[in-house]
Ligand binder design. Structure first.
Ligand SMILES: Cc1ncc(COP(=O)(O)O)c(C=O)c1O
Length: 386
């Protein structure tokens, strides 16, 4: 049986897989089982921060593999504590809870917000999220996700979420009240179509949250770890959240989630209130230390510069009607159907993604000029001839 046949026989068909068996890769070039090479403009959905099999990253991961791969969370481990220190020092936050995915990082944020609210008043448990948002696939993070399409099949869902329209300050003011314990949003709605929030809305949300003693939770699962040209996208707005969550690109290709808390919340989750067997796993933590230590100001300036080049080349392609997003998180409104473009790009050796009706690009942050140009050329040919 081929990889595809075995997969089809033994794996639940929850993913609409494309007809491609990836076997290896280096940087932003991936290789399929038939030997064909592909330029990667997707990074495994914003995960492979430094592309495939980056030498420095492999060194950091394998060095830790030779020491200890896992302990229970009853013991202290060096990679976990060092990573928490780095995350706090780089963001001005105070405490971290480690888990394994974006959904799990958000679950922790939601639990902490409910604890914060109900410690004051048992009815203060409502969380405001935004319409068109995406926060994960667990029952509670599906509830947090403000899209009706995700609220099917798995009833009963977790209650206590209300949805406000993105960038609508007046609506947010109307919805917020003393029984709301938090407002939670993505700085750019990734799965929702790469839609950035306005600075005015983010600043107003912070004010409204403060006025009602609600926590401001920022979901940086997709926008974080250098993707937008800042370490975390909320840093573009000059605000400090009470909690932010990160996952995907943090460990550059190994599972990790982190919920990061401000000083105000440093005591919110006491011993026994939360846990995760693999949370803070030494291998993932060693990988994340490598990633974070390389996302310094010089590297982020390069991301900004190189992504501007990509935006400028994309703006010259006939058939792209609008470009949205920030840095290397890009959504393209195209004259032709986005899914058709994705299929044709695949045939021509380029991996792209879609988000709603847009083509979505999330290239590795260290993609070379040569790989970028190759990808742009394929995209141009596909879009202009489709
Ligand atoms: C903004 C956001 N939050 C949460 C998630 C869920 O992350 P995970 O799939 O790691 O659980 C995603 C995944 O796409 C996301 O984009």
């Amino acid at each position: 049986m081929t990889i595809k046949e075995t997969d089809k026989k033994f794996i639940l068909p929850t993913y609409g897989r494309l007809d491609l068996e990836i076997v290896s890769g280096k940087g932003s070039t991936l290789k399929a089982s038939d030997g064909k090479e592909y330029i990667d403009f997707g990074s495994g959905i914003a995960v492979n921060t430094f592309g495939a099999c980056d030498d420095e990253w492999i060194k950091a991961v394998t060095a830790q593999l030779g020491k200890i791969q896992h302990t229970s969370n009853y013991y202290y481990t060096e990679p976990c504590s060092t990573l928490a220190k780095m995350l706090c020092e780089k963001t001005g936050m105070s405490k971290v809870f480690f888990s394994n995915s974006g959904a799990e990082a958000n679950e922790c944020a939601i639990k902490a917000a409910r604890k914060y609210g109900t410690d004051q008043n048992p009815d203060k448990n409502i969380i405001i999220t935004l319409k068109n948002s995406f926060h994960g696939r667990t029952v509670t993070t599906l509830s947090a996700t403000g899209q009706d399409g995700f609220h099917k099949h798995f009833t009963p869902f977790t209650g206590g979420f209300v949805y406000a329209e993105a960038n609508n300050i007046e609506e947010l003011k109307t919805i917020a009240n003393k029984n709301c314990c938090a407002i939670m949003f993505e700085p750019i709605q990734g799965e929702g179509g790469v839609l950035p929030l306005t600075k005015e809305f983010v600043l107003a949300a912070k004010e409204i949250a403060d006025a009602h003693d609600m926590l401001l939770i920022i979901d940086e699962v997709q926008t974080g770890n250098g993707r937008t040209g800042k370490l975390y996208a909320h840093q573009h707005f000059g605000i400090s959240p009470d909690i932010f969550t990160t996952a995907k690109g943090l460990a550059g290709g190994l599972p990790i989630g982190a919920t990061v808390f401000s000083e105000k919340l440093k005591d919110i989750m006491p011993a026994g209130s939360h846990g995760s067997t693999f949370g803070g796993n030494p291998i993932s933590a060693a990988a994340a230390i490598n990633v974070l230590s390389r996302l310094d100001d010089d590297f982020l300036a390069e991301v900004t510069k190189n992504s501007r080049y990509l935006w400028s080349e994309l703006s010259k392609i006939d058939g792209i009607e609008e470009i949205c997003g920030m840095g290397y998180m890009i959504g393209l409104t195209t004259r032709a159907d986005a899914k058709e473009i994705l299929k044709k790009c695949l045939e021509n050796g380029l991996l792209v993604l879609t988000a709603k009706d847009k083509v979505r690009l999330l290239p590795p942050l260290n993609i070379t000029k040569e790989e970028l140009d190759k990808g742009i050329e394929i995209l141009k040919t596909v879009i202009e001839t489709i």
